[in-house]
Design a protein. Structure first.
Length: 158
C-alpha cells in the first residue's frame, strides 16, 4: 500500500471533467502541484454519494485556499458511470472525476479490495500529494466508514 514519502505510481486513467474527458498519465498529472485525491468503493453507493463526494464538493474552495490545485475522486468504475455520477452530484469543476475501469491504478496504489459482492473496488481513502510525492494517507478501516478520509479531516492536514 502506498505510504508517506512514496511517489504516485505511473498509470493511465480516464478523466471526467467539466473541461472535457480524456486519458491522463498519473505521474505527469501529479507533478508540480498539490493534489488531494480520495478513493471511493463505487459511484452511486450510499456513503460515497451521501457523504464522501459531497463533502469534497462543499469544501472545494477551502481546500483550494490551502494551496490545493486539484481535488480528485478515484473509483473503479467506467467513465460513463463516473460521468453520470458527476452530473448527479453537481460536481462541476470542483472535483476531477477519475475512472479506473480495470482498477490498474487502484491496484498500483495498493488500495484495491475484493469486495465480496461487488468484485474489485477501491478502499475508502484520501491522500495529499505534493509534486508527485505522498505527504499524508488516510485509510478507513472499512469501506462504509467516513471519518479519516473525509474532506473535513483532510482539510486539517493541509
Amino acid at each position: 500500500m502506498i505510504k508517506v514519502g512514496d511517489k504516485i505510481p505511473e498509470g493511465k486513467v480516464a478523466k471526467i471533467a467539466a473541461q472535457g474527458a480524456g486519458l491522463i498519465n498519473t505521474r505527469e498529472f501529479f507533478a508540480g502541484k498539490k493534489v488531494v485525491m480520495f478513493g471511493v468503493p463505487g459511484a452511486f453507493t450510499p456513503t460515497c454519494s451521501e457523504k464522501h463526494l459531497p463533502g469534497f464538493v462543499a469544501l472545494a474552495d477551502r481546500l483550494k485556499a490551502k494551496g490545493v490545485s486539484d481535488i480528485v475522486c478515484l473509483s473503479v468504475n467506467d467513465r460513463h458511470v463516473m460521468n453520470a455520477w458527476a452530473k448527479d452530484q453537481n460536481v462541476g469543476d470542483k472535483v476531477l472525476m477519475l475512472a479506473d475501469g480495470r482498477g490498474d491504478f487502484t491496484k498500483a496504489l495498493g488500495m484495491d479490495i475484493d469486495h465480496e459482492t461487488l468484485g474489485l473496488r477501491s478502499k475508502r481513502f484520501a491522500v495529499i500529494v505534493d509534486n508527485g510525492v505522498v505527504k499524508h494517507v488516510a485509510l478507513e478501516e472499512n469501506t462504509g466508514a467516513h471519518s479519516v478520509s473525509s474532506a473535513e479531516s483532510i482539510l486539517k492536514h493541509l
